[in-house]
Write a new protein. Structure first.
Length: 293
């Protein structure tokens, strides 16, 4: 059951996942109600895309937790035609239907993995170098400066990129950890890891993630940015201006402030290789090995 729900979620089919879950437990009706309410609010323009994304991520996580608690024969009996479902190392599920077919043939070309690069634009030179290395080693790379369509919502691009990739390579530095966008990318990447078994591979340009003084300084800096922005928004409103264009900036900063500790805890729990200087080639070979696992 959990594998089926996980597969649907990884394909962006939350509604289908909830419908399947509702066949096995009435508790899923509550999740369906919350999902439908959030979708309606977003379609009516009552909530921003970032808020709708957070609602979806929370519902997806709850659905997986619920599916894991259900003892169902569905996860072991396959498709019902005498076939079996087999999990792969990259988190996807391939099914043999029992009609004589197979997903892997002797002459099939190896799968080309797809990776999304998350970075701060102040680290763009490092991001391009990472992109070039991966591309030269047959990894299909998604990076905003090349792949983001003009006029597309940034959060929508982040969400779609993570959904369509096998792994996320996050370039971690003092600049990225102070960035509202990269902070949200990190949170979104972690949701992808928890919800869809996608690989989250952070690489570092410095050691600030391990420095408590940096975290204190970052919290102070973010708080000051929030206060400055709220002062300006207040002045704009006093003049009769519409502040909605800047409310999302404030919300990103609040989210980064609230999630910074979680982000750093996650980064400290995994091996982050150093890609600066002479470390680049050996470290990137380790990244490539992890992507191809």
């Amino acid at each position: 059951m959990k594998e089926q729900i996980q597969q649907l979620i990884s394909e962006g089919r939350t509604e289908d996942a909830l419908a399947l879950l509702a066949q096995h437990t009435g508790d899923a009706l509550l999740l369906q109600g919350r999902y439908n309410a959030g979708k309606k609010q977003y379609n009516m323009g009552m909530i921003e895309f970032g808020e709708w994304s957070r609602i979806q991520a929370q519902i997806n996580y709850a659905a997986l937790e619920m599916a894991g608690s259900i003892k169902s024969a569905a996860s072991s009996t396959g498709t019902g035609h005498g076939g079996t479902s087999k999990g792969t190392g990259d988190g996807s599920v391939h099914s043999n239907t029992g009609h004589g077919g197979s997903t892997n043939t002797g002459g099939a070309a190896p799968k080309q993995h797809k990776s999304f690069i998350s970075y701060n634009h102040g680290d763009a030179d490092h991001a391009r170098r990472v992109k070039d290395f991966l591309a030269q080693n047959h990894v299909d790379v998604i990076i905003d400066e090349e792949d983001m369509p003009a006029g597309m919502s940034i959060m929508e691009f982040i969400q779609q990129s993570i959904k369509n990739c096998d792994s996320v390579v996050s370039i971690v530095s003092s600049k990225s950890l102070n960035s509202g966008w990269v902070g949200q990318e990190s949170v979104a990447s972690m949701y992808a890891v928890w919800l869809a078994d996608k690989k989250f591979i952070p690489v570092k340009l410095d050691d600030v993630a391990f420095d408590i003084d940096f975290q204190i300084m970052a919290q102070e800096t973010i708080l000051q940015k929030i206060q400055d922005l709220e002062t300006k928004i207040g002045k704009l409103r006093q003049l009769g201006g519409d502040s909605r264009a800047f409310d999302d900036d404030r919300n990103r900063l609040f989210e980064l402030k609230n999630n910074l500790g979680q982000i750093i805890q996650r980064l400290k729990s995994v091996l982050m290789v150093d890609i600066t200087g002479n470390n680049f080639d050996p470290s990137m070979r380790k990244v490539l090995e992890r992507i191809n696992q």
